[in-house]
Design a protein around this ligand. Structure first.
Ligand code: NAD
Ligand code: LMR
Length: 340
């Protein structure tokens, strides 16, 4: 004889499955800057991710419209849009906050030229996360990432809620580009040409470790130099082609959704999820560089393990020598902004 509970579960098997799965993987994700060039396609891609159960879209303009549009996509997640004065409501109960808010580059600008505008945007959004959802994982897209991540960390620190396991600068676009460009040079497919990219996210601070890959170590001489340059300055390629209309948005939305999915897989208990990301890191802390991107294993609490960078070729040693002083300056600038 079946118990009443078992009989009910058999009568509605899909509902029983749904509730057990949702209890284990209840994940609300917020996008701050959802109305922008990155924010819109990123919101669409997150709506397609089965690991996202609820999507909270915020911007100082346009988020309710984006939310209404995206909410018609036939996946299970709920979507809600929030207007400029509803930031705190947008952050209620979120587990992950992705931040693409801020201005993009125009031709002739460096990412650091965005600092004056974007630093305060990111600081204020981080302060709101600290106030409303201090346990949330924060994924920073807004440039200059080398400075905006330390700004978020210092803001959370000031509020007494900084947990380094829950803060990530998204450098995934560099990883995506490296795989795509190496595939182009070698004739392999991008799934065969994954490259670990370390350092930071701007020009010389982007260090692709091609020598650590089967296809990458076969690229030498002028071809190697051209490939490294393209990976380091891929962003400029897009800024130039868009000719004043902004920077990478679609490939960035793809990269942002890819990283968010990796994090959610880790948070849901999947083992062995490893990807480069810019985090508070001990690797070069003895040189005063306490944020660095290297392979990071993602787990139940966010950062599970920071991997060392591994063996470098002579060329990569040179790239690192150029990366570290610039990265240090960028990090210090971010910290000084919050301390001031
Ligand atoms: P965009 O101008 O198209 O969109 C930015 C959005 O941010 C706008 O909708 C704007 O209203 C919103 N915004 C501004 N202030 C805000 C605030 N206080 N709160 C909420 N929203 C706010 O720009 P975009 O092309 O989407 O780029 C956004 C940022 O991402 C830029 O800083 C850009 O440099 C950066 N970016 C980073 C990477 C990376 O690899 N990490 C790649 C591409 C772009
Ligand atoms: C990129 O790498 O495409 C972004 O950082 C945007 C930019 O300014 O290049």
């Amino acid at each position: 004889m079946l118990s009443r509970v078992a009989a009910r579960a058999l009568a509605a098997p899909s509902a029983a499955r749904f509730f057990s799965a949702s209890a284990a993987h209840q994940t609300k994700v917020a996008v701050l800057g959802a109305g922008g060039g990155i924010g819109q396609p990123l919101s669409l891609l997150l709506k397609s991710d089965p690991l996202v159960t609820s999507l909270s879209l915020y911007d100082i303009r346009g988020a309710p419209g984006v939310a209404a549009d995206v909410s018609h996509v036939d996946t299970a997640s709920e979507v809600k849009g929030y207007a400029a004065d509803q930031l705190d409501q947008a952050l209620e109960g979120v587990k992950v906050v992705v931040i693409p808010a801020g201005v993009p580059r125009k031709p002739g600008m460096t990412r650091d030229d965005l600092f004056n505008t974007n630093a305060s945007i990111v600081r204020d959004l981080a302060a709101a996360v600290a106030r409303v959802s201090p346990e949330a994982h924060i994924l920073v897209i807004s440039n200059p990432v080398n400075s905006t991540v330390p700004i978020v960390a210092s803001t959370l620190e000031k509020a007494g809620v900084f947990n380094p396991r829950r803060l990530f600068g998204i450098t995934t676009l560099d990883v995506v580009r490296a795989a795509r460009f190496l595939a182009g040079v070698t004739g392999a497919t991008p799934d065969q040409t994954t490259v670990t990219v370390v350092g930071g996210h701007s020009g010389a601070t982007i260090v692709p470790l091609l020598s650590q890959t089967a296809y990458g170590k076969g690229v030498t001489g002028e071809a190697y130099k051209a490939l490294v340059h393209r990976i380091q300055f891929g962003g400029d390629e897009v800024v130039k082609a868009k000719d004043g209309a902004g920077s990478a948005t679609l490939s960035m939305a793809y990269a942002g959704a890819k990283f968010t999915n990796s994090l959610l897989r880790g948070l849901n208990g999947e083992k062995g999820v490893v990807t480069p990301t810019f985090v508070k890191s001990p690797l070069f802390a003895d040189q005063g560089i306490d944020f660095f991107s290297s392979n990071v294993e993602l787990g139940l609490e966010g950062v599970e393990k920071i991997h060392p960078i591994g063996p470098l070729s002579a060329e990569e040693e040179e790239l690192m020598a150029a990366c570290l002083p610039e990265l240090k300056k960028n990090i210090e600038k971010g910290k000084a902004f919050v301390a001031a």
